[in-house]
Ligand binder design. Structure first.
Ligand code: OXD
Ligand code: MN
Length: 603
């Protein structure tokens, strides 16, 4: 623990005093971020019954943790963006008046840490001290948060040193479960009645009350690195995005970096760690990040990106040796598992880990479970938290404080119809349009008319300001850049009339990446189509995969009537932004519709 009396940032010391007076913890622990501290806190969590130490031979230095059944995911309806002017939060955010919210939160935080330790966690998103980084300080009464932050961000002394007397983002968090003298604690304290996750965009501070889970509680992630940073990025001319970053290394040794955005449940983490199939010798995917990208134009007009996180908070169900062998290697040890099932021999299990479930488990709620139980053994949002250092596909450039050069953006949703495997937008502005109208089917429906949930840029829950202004910001990047990255839409999820997937996905997505890389180098061909540029059958490398032309034609089909329906359906989204929407997006849609005209059946 850092000795608080040696801390030299007066604003930080004053804030710690204020929070201590408000929340009334029993004690204060300023995290130094050391390995010894991590081990001590994990032991404390084991003693408290929050952590179960997993079998040391099977899963060394790893723990299982079960949350309260009412605290299992991010809570979008309890997430608020507070701006003085409601319009500045826009129609896609829950807005609240900052003054009223401060009153409400002061009432809730009053005495909220009684009987608990208040942890002060200085953290840096990005390398401490780099111009591209942001420093925050999270105050929390959750030791689970403290150990998770150690895996997800740079924390402790190096951050305090880099901070000096500079400015930091105030991130206040309480599980909202004070203990009276003699009260027995529960393994996962939280507040059943009140939950708030709040971004105060007037002073950039963050407050979270009542939940201890994931993005609600690890405030460096969605709150700081996306909601707070997206606004700062707009003010300063850069982008904070819900994107993975990966390097694609060709057999020549040249690496091309791309950033990609997908709504939840589209396999973003698996894509970020893709292992190419047999037959793709020499091609390699190198991971920079799986969730967040901070992207800035440099002095010569090129976009450079960092992943501000140092770890992964990944969804466990569905992760296995086939879908993500790199992640399986990463979580072999030194991992915190939350809401997974426990095996009789002290290891973890989740749906999809093995084809056949073990005959007996303890489920995520601590109840005995068998395959006949008729309920999942792991919660569908069960997670693992692990440092990026454990991931074999990690690119050493992930630690480069100057970031990597982005050559292409990829946007993809889960869509059973209309959208082909891949197309390249004709220019930046059309690419922005396709990203703004991104969506995913709520269920993997086979019917053509399945409803699409719009998720512009996959940022719907994370854009910290009016999304119409966000579109304007993206459009404006075109003029600030000399090397403008190409923009691609992909869709791994198209189905045939019988409902079967047309594309094998997973490892085979490297075939699409190869075409994208070739396009960025002007070495790949394509054909002009109504939506932009598409690969022909012979433009894709089929080495090691038996995939016929007929299936490819079905996968790439652009049906003018379907596309017209799709473009018309964007109206509701675009209209919802009213006058603030850049009119250019309507103009782009008009041009795309006009491009279909000749091909549409006349009536
Ligand atoms: C996440 C999310 O948890 O996007 O990363 O929901
Ligand atoms: Mn995410």
């Amino acid at each position: 623990m850092q000795d608080p009396t040696t801390m030299t940032n007066p604003a930080l010391n004053q804030w710690i005093d204020e929070v201590r007076a408000l929340c009334e913890p029993d004690q204060v622990h300023v995290c130094d971020g050391s390995e010894a501290e991590y081990q001590r806190l994990c032991k404390t969590l084991v003693t408290a019954g929050t952590f179960i130490r997993l079998d040391e031979a099977k899963r060394p230095n790893s723990f299982l943790c079960r949350s309260d059944p009412g605290d299992v995911a991010r809570l979008e309806h309890r997430t608020f963006v507070c701006t003085s002017n409601r319009e500045d939060a826009g129609p896609t955010n829950n807005w609240a008046d900052p003054a009223s919210m401060r009153v409400e939160l002061s009432r809730l935080f009053k005495g909220s840490m009684r009987g608990r330790t208040m942890y002060v966690i200085p953290f840096s998103m990005g390398q401490p001290g780099s111009d591209l980084s942001m420093i925050g300080v999270q105050i929390t009464d959750s030791a689970y948060v403290a150990v998770s932050m150690k895996l997800m961000a740079h924390i402790g002394l190096p951050v305090l040193r880099a901070l000096g007397t500079g400015e930091f983002v105030r991130c206040l968090h309480s599980v909202g479960a004070p203990l009276a003298p003699g009260d027995r604690d529960v393994p996962w304290p939280c507040n059943a009645e009140h939950k708030y996750i709040v971004s105060f965009q007037d002073d950039g501070s963050i407050a979270s009350f009542g939940s201890g889970y994931g993005g609600n509680a690890l405030l460096g992630k969605k709150c700081l690195a996306l909601r707070t940073a997206s606004l700062k990025g707009r003010q300063e001319g850069w982008l904070a995005e819900h994107m993975l970053i990966m390097g694609v290394e060709a057999p020549t040794g040249k690496t091309t970096y791309v950033a990609a955005a997908f709504p939840s449940a589209c396999g973003k983490t698996n894509f970020a760690m893709l292992l190419p199939p047999e037959g793709f010798a020499g091609w390699k995917v190198k991971t920079i990040g799986d969730d967040i990208a901070w992207i800035r134009p440099d002095a010569v007009g090129t976009l450079r990106a960092i992943n501000p996180e140092t770890g992964f908070f990944g969804v466990a169900p569905g992760t296995n040796e086939k879908t993500n062998p790199n992640m399986m290697a990463a979580i072999a040890r030194d991992t915190i598992f939350t809401n997974c099932a426990l095996t009789p021999d002290g290891d973890v299990w989740w749906e999809g880990l093995t084809d056949v479930p073990p005959p007996a488990l303890v489920d995520w709620r601590g109840l005995d479970w068998t395959p006949q139980a008729g309920r999942p053994a792991a919660h569908p949002n069960a997670r693992f938290t692990v440092s990026r250092d454990r991931c074999p596909s990690m690119d050493p450039s992930a630690a480069d404080p100057t970031g990597v050069q982005i050559s292409a953006f990829i946007f993809g949703g889960r869509l059973s119809h209309t959208f082909p495997l891949v197309f390249e937008a004709r220019d930046w502005r059309e690419g922005v349009y396709w990203a703004a109208t991104l969506g995913s089917e709520a269920t993997a429906a086979a019917e053509n008319q399945a409803a699409t949930r719009r998720d512009p840029f996959a940022m719907l829950p994370f854009c910290g300001y009016n999304m119409a202004d966000y579109f304007t910001h993206w459009l404006s990047m075109d003029d600030r850049l000399v090397n403008v990255p190409a923009i691609f839409r992909v869709n791994w999820f198209r189905r045939d009339e019988g409902g079967a997937f047309l594309w094998p996905g997973f490892r085979h997505n490297v075939r699409v990446l190869k075409w994208i890389v070739q396009r960025t180098e002007n070495t790949g061909d394509g054909e002009a189509a109504s939506v932009g540029l598409v690969p022909g059958y012979d433009d894709i490398d089929w080495n090691g995969l038996d995939y016929d032309r007929q299936t490819f034609d079905a996968l790439m089909k652009l049906d003018p009537a379907e596309l017209e329906r799709e473009l018309q359906s964007h109206d509701a989204l675009l209209q919802s932004f009213g006058q603030r929407l850049p009119p250019e997006l309507f103009a782009i849609r008009r041009a795309l519709l006009d491009g279909l005209d000749g091909a549409l059946p006349q009536n």
